[in-house]
Write a protein of this length. Structure first.
Lengths: 64, 134
């Protein structure tokens, strides 16, 4: 799955560690999601959307 | 250098793990010391013999507890993957060893060694699995 996490982080000037702290997960986990190596569960995707004050669809898009 | 913060679920896991391993050493030394001296029989002998296995069973429970307490789903997924590799490799290795034993091509492997073998293989798998996500 493609995602806009890097862009959204850059807009807020957040590091991966900053985002990880807001989500209550590790920086390694944020990196895995951001690089598309790991697709988050629906609850974590919702949490991401809340943190960025947007919708899941505007963060993630289906590549296929 | 910035200090690396441990994830919250790791701290109790480490404490429980080392508590169980301390008990294991105590029970193992106790059983090995007591058996040749007191020659227990009946249920007491069974209890004493199985005593070192109880903390090992507790370690399995400690890992299961960690899985329920770890809030980071990606870390849980990595651990599950490592454990599956550990289980698969242990079953494959011990099954192969068993047949080698049947045909007298390998010495007898005591079953209590299966768990340490699993720990080594799952530990190695954990390191390899995490290499992909550095």
């Amino acid at each position: 799955m493609k995602n806009e996490l890097r862009v959204l982080r850059a807009q807020r000037n957040w590091s991966q560690a900053d985002l990880a702290e807001r989500l209550g997960i590790s920086r390694q986990s944020v990196n895995a999601i951001e690089t598309g190596k790991y697709d988050p569960s629906l609850p974590l995707a919702f949490k991401l959307a809340r943190v960025f004050d947007t919708t899941i669809e505007s963060i993630f898009s289906d590549q296929s | 250098m910035p200090q690396k913060k441990l994830p919250p679920a790791i701290r109790p896991y480490i404490l429980r793990f080392f508590s169980a391993m301390t008990l294991y050493v105590v029970f193992l030394v106790g059983a090995v010391w007591a058996f040749p001296r007191y020659h227990p029989t009946g249920p007491l002998a069974y209890l004493l013999a199985i005593l070192p296995a109880l903390p090992i069973m507790a370690v399995i429970g400690v890992v299961a507890l960690y899985m329920t307490e770890e809030q980071d789903e990606f870390q849980r997924a990595l651990l599950v993957r490592a454990l599956l590799w550990g289980i698969g490799l242990t079953l494959a290795a011990t099954t192969a060893w068993g047949f080698l034993e049947v045909f007298s091509l390998a010495p007898h492997l005591d079953l209590y060694l299966v768990f340490p073998l699993f720990c080594v293989l799952a530990g190695a798998a954990n390191g390899i699995v995490r290499l992909n996500y550095k």
